[in-house]
Design a protein around this ligand. Structure first.
Ligand code: PLP
Ligand code: COI
Length: 365
């Protein structure tokens, strides 16, 4: 299998897809991550055969032996990207090749086989095309795609698996935060860190998220929506949120975001916003910023806005920051001008409502 033609996905249509009326009711109010489309894409890998058996098949439970490697040692990676309904009724993906590249890099870090980037993109195209009726068109709605790769050898020895299952599932989604929150409150974790130098912070592997949950639970107990992690070495510098990157906006209109350096997920939204902001004539620095400085700047007014960004959350203003040693509001607690302008610019490109100078849209049909 050379991974060059979409036709290589054998298509088995679901014998009992969700009825049109029930699907439309779901699409009108999809929530996030609880309802799924009728099909999934799958590709198998073994050391002997390489990547093979690419399929679009009815979405169904996976049969896994209790001794399957991934259940014990978490050899797993995933991605998240969205398909958007275009004004002419077609559909587009946003930078799927960037997700394919990150998926390959995550695979290398987790000692997994690298899925060819064209095959990743084709799998997503094939699924979106098959489940095209599931792409919502409402405000802030899209079809969220979740490609993932799991080690499926049945063996309890600690070593890279010899066989893997790649799968893509899809779900219609609305806003990630309940009620499309105008701004979120974040909790500074003093106790837990997310990633240390040499660890897996820049890989999108399930283990990173498992390790973040206790901090996220602490955030919820403290009445916050998300947790923000500090660097593991000095416990001073802002890294990122549990599932989003972070930006700061200053009184002179410049932006700053923590630099990538192995411990932060290189977000595609982050990269897109840096490019768009610079295209709009704004200054963007990729420089470390400490939590104490953030508090001081927010209180003095030097810092005007802050926002979180990612595929699921798009651009979400941060209104308030709390922690054991910190407590401060940002600006007026809602979306600032720069945040709103950047968010609008990004969404307009994603929805096909603005020019796409960087060629980020990838039309599916
Ligand atoms: N950081 C983490 C830990 C994430 O899970 C995500 C979401 O994918 C991001 C940042 C943002 O990445 P992207 O913009 O590629 O979705
Ligand atoms: C995404 O934005 O795609 C994420 O992966 C964040 C979260 C849903 C895990």
């Amino acid at each position: 299998m050379d991974g060059t033609t979409p036709q290589m996905f054998a298509i088995e249509k679901s014998p009992n897809p969700v009825a049109a009326e029930a699907r439309e009711a779901i699409l009108a109010n999809p929530g996030f991550g609880r309802v799924f489309t009728d099909h999934m894409a799958t590709i198998r890998y073994t050391d002997e055969r390489g990547w093979h058996d690419a399929k679009i098949e009815p979405r169904r439970p996976l049969a896994v032996d209790p001794a399957t490697t991934v259940l014990h040692y978490a050899q797993e990676i995933f991605e998240g990207l969205k398909a958007y309904r275009l004004p002419d009724g077609g559909a587009t993906l946003f930078r799927p090749l960037a997700n394919a590249r990150r998926f390959r890099k995550s695979a290398i870090r987790l000692a997994m086989p690298e899925l060819p980037e064209e095959l990743f993109v084709q799998s997503v195209h094939a699924l979106v095309s098959t489940d095209r009726d599931w792409i919502p068109s409402g405000d802030g709605a899209s079809l969220y795609l979740r490609p993932f790769l799991i080690a499926d050898e049945v063996f309890l020895g600690v070593k890279p698996s010899h066989s893997y299952l790649y799968c893509v599932i899809a779900c219609p989604v609305g806003a990630y935060f309940k009620g499309g929150a105008p701004s979120v409150t974040i909790w500074v974790s003093d106790t837990y860190t997310r990633a240390a130098p040499g660890g897996t912070g820049e890989a999108k592997c399930g283990g990173n998220y498992a390790a973040s949950l206790v901090a996220q639970a602490e955030a919820s107990r403290e009445g916050c929506d998300q947790v923000v992690f500090l660097d593991a070495v000095e416990r001073r510098y802002i890294e990122e949120l549990g599932g989003m990157n972070v930006f700061f906006v200053f009184e002179d209109g410049s932006l700053q975001t923590p630099p990538l350096g192995g411990t932060i997920l290189p977000g595609i939204t982050r990269d897109s916003l840096i490019t768009r902001a610079r295209g709009m004539g704004l200054t963007v620095r990729e420089e470390a910023y400490s939590i104490d400085q953030w508090q001081e700047d927010a209180r003095s007014g030097r810092l005007r806005e802050a926002f979180a960004c990612g595929t699921a959350a798009v651009v979400t203003p941060i209104g308030h920051v709390k922690g054991k040693r910190h407590n401060f509001a940002i600006g007026n607690g809602g979306a600032g001008d720069v945040t709103q302008r950047l968010k609008d610019a990004l969404i307009q490109i994603q929805l096909g409502l603005a020019d796409d100078p960087n060629g980020w849209r990838d039309r599916v049909f």
